[in-house]
Write a protein that binds this ligand. Structure first.
Ligand code: CDP
Ligand code: MG
Length: 140
């Protein structure tokens, strides 16, 4: 298995409830390393650009408003098989379907306020990492 990097976002519902450390502990316990991290508040335009793939979905407007409503923590996670591993640790999009022990099962409030984002493919991981980080900001 290859060492990969993936883009993770700790979403507003989680930063608001001071869960950054608890969520990072889950990543670290799964063998994922935080090799870049910053806290920021996205503009509405940034959120719209980041989620452009969902433009046609009925939840797009609300999702972009939510993601820009309060601070987030954007991070690069590194590890063996990091993209799939992160998705596993996150759990299903809808917390009602998320497996026990996953971040979304333990912390998510709803299908929208589901605490974390994670890239879904190697191609998107690269695009999403470049969206938030300069190469020199990532130190593995
Ligand atoms: O985040 P994930 O890749 O698991 O799910 P997605 O299908 O790519 O959707 C992106 C985000 O949109 C989700 O994480 C939710 O925050 C939000 N969403 C929503 O608000 N309502 C839905 N019915 C589905 C997704
Ligand atoms: Mg997705």
């Amino acid at each position: 298995m290859a060492v990969e990097r993936t883009l993770s976002i700790i979403k507003p519902d989680a930063t608001r409830r001071n869960l950054t450390g608890k969520i990072n502990a889950k990543f670290e316990a799964a063998g994922l390393r935080v090799v870049a991290q910053k806290r920021l508040q996205m503009t509405c335009e940034q959120a719209e650009k980041f989620y452009a793939v969902h433009e046609a979905r009925p939840f797009y407007g609300e999702l972009c408003a939510y993601m820009s409503s309060e601070p987030v923590v954007v991070q690069v996670l590194e590890g063996e098989n990091a993209i799939a591993k992160n998705r596993e640790v996150m759990g299903a999009t809808n917390p009602a379907n998320a497996a026990p022990g996953t971040i979304r099962k333990e912390f998510a409030l709803s299908v929208q306020e589901n605490s974390v984002h994670g890239s879904d493919s190697a191609e998107n991981a690269k695009i999403e990492i470049d969206f938030f980080f300069k190469p020199e900001e990532i130190v593995g």
